[in-house]
Design a protein around this ligand. Structure first.
Ligand code: SF4
Length: 410
């Protein structure tokens, strides 16, 4: 959207600044995201009461009636309509045209936009390769907000990544709603691993990082091809959600803890420096103390580097929202704290292993006299230097851990 506005000559300013137009690209993944979206919409009108406040994206897509009740909003734009956002806003300014039909995301068959890259820092470009999800986990609204799986054509992605490399970016992050489903809608059996093989050959790209992946993607066939790729980062975010088979079944996650265990073994055998991170939902409907204990023990066994813990929040319209035995806030809080504690402990123990060792870091920013960046397996590290290290890949020797970051010897 930023690129589309820039092409039309608009200036982009920070959200907190006075502006003529404010756009809130809403997220509806949890009820907290809904709340934050509402908060930002109200905040925008406070900064400039005469400004045009636009709500767009997933929350609008699934709950237009609810969002339209917010007085501060001038215009609501659905997920698919975002690609024409500039003309919708200009029509509003010129003709006061407010009624914008929200199209049915399930009717969308293609996803082929060029220019869907988000650049973070000066070193990393986030490349979205598909949209939509067909998995229908019982707690999730995303398939309703994003529709069926639509994959970007490989030639389109490869062209974009070549441009990214020409612009000096060394790292790309492959993202989407469900990247394991990439290619499912193609007729020629071209899959994610085929795309990765082609991306791995692009000159100038030194790191290919995978965004969150569905564990079942890591089949033996996938591993046998992955091992030949030189630029794949040895960091995998495997969305587990629960370490208890009964809870997983109620979530409709379609794998068991034993299958997950095998997947982890495959990755750890392939890469000795493999770092695994995950997402966990606590307090899913019906999660008894015994079920939570199973999750806790499984997480202890797998020992992820980091875990993002979410307290289950019911999403209207999903199967889980009407399941029996919803869990109280207190229990969710307690379980969440236990897992956060475990995650922090794991993080420290992993980082400790690097003391006295050399790591290669791609430096992204300078903060408080330190150049900071990530290792290929996604551990934050920092060093002082008289030379400008931004966008450089350098080896540093680790002396200690400071604020959850590896700190180099000076
Ligand atoms: S895989 Fe499940 S949790 Fe992830 S987007 Fe699809 S339905 Fe939602």
């Amino acid at each position: 959207m930023i690129q589309k506005f820039k092409q039309k000559g608009y200036d982009i300013v920070d959200f907190n600044q006075f502006s003529d137009i404010y756009i809130v690209n809403t997220c509806t993944v949890t009820s907290i995201s809904d709340k934050k979206s509402r908060m930002f919409l109200r905040k925008a009108k406070k900064i400039n009461p005469r400004g045009i406040v636009v709500a767009c994206g997933c929350y609008v897509q699934v709950a237009k009636d609810e969002i339209e009740k917010i007085n501060e909003i001038d215009l609501c734009i659905g997920t698919n309509e975002k690609s024409d956002i500039v003309s919708y806003i200009e029509d509003y300014i010129k003709f006061n045209k407010k009624d914008i039909d929200i199209s049915d995301v399930f009717k969308e068959k293609e996803y082929c936009e060029y220019g869907t890259v988000t650049y973070t820092e000066k070193t990393r470009a986030v490349v979205k390769i598909q949209d939509g999800c067909d998995r229908f986990c019982t707690y999730c609204l995303i398939p309703y907000a994003r529709g069926r799986v639509r994959s970007r054509k490989p030639e389109n992605i490869l062209k974009e990544v070549k441009d990214i490399a020409k612009n000096g970016y060394k790292e790309i992050v492959i993202t989407g709603i469900h990247i394991a489903s990439y290619g499912k809608d193609f007729e020629n059996n071209y899959k994610l691993i085929d795309l990765l093989e082609n991306l791995d050959k692009i000159d100038g790209i030194e790191r290919i990082r995978l965004g969150s992946i569905e564990p079942l993607l890591i089949s033996e066939e996938f591993i046998s091809k992955l091992k030949n790729l030189k630029n794949i980062c040895h960091h995998f975010h495997l969305s587990l959600q629960s370490g208890c088979d009964e809870t997983l079944a109620r979530m409709n996650r379609r794998y068991t803890t034993n299958e997950f265990r095998i997947i982890v073994k495959r990755l750890r055998e392939l890469y000795s420096d493999c770092i695994l991170t995950t997402d966990i939902i606590v307090g899913f409907p019906g999660e008894t103390d015994e079920e939570f204990e199973k999750t806790y023990n499984f997480l202890k066994e797998i020992k992820f580097y980091k875990m993002h813990i979410f307290k289950y929040s019911p999403r209207k319209g999903t199967k889980a929202a009407i399941m029996e035995n919803q869990i109280s806030g207190d229990i969710k809080e307690k379980r969440s704290n236990l897992l956060i504690e475990l995650s922090n402990k794991n993080e420290y123990e992993y980082q400790k292993e690097y003391i006295g060792k050399e790591v290669e870091v791609l430096f992204e920013e300078k903060e408080d006299d330190y150049y900071k960046g990530h290792t290929a397996n996604y551990i934050m590290a920092k060093t002082k230097s008289n030379e400008n290290l931004i966008n450089k890949c350098c080896k540093i020797k680790i002396k200690e851990i400071e604020k959850n970051e590896l700190k180099a010897e000076q």
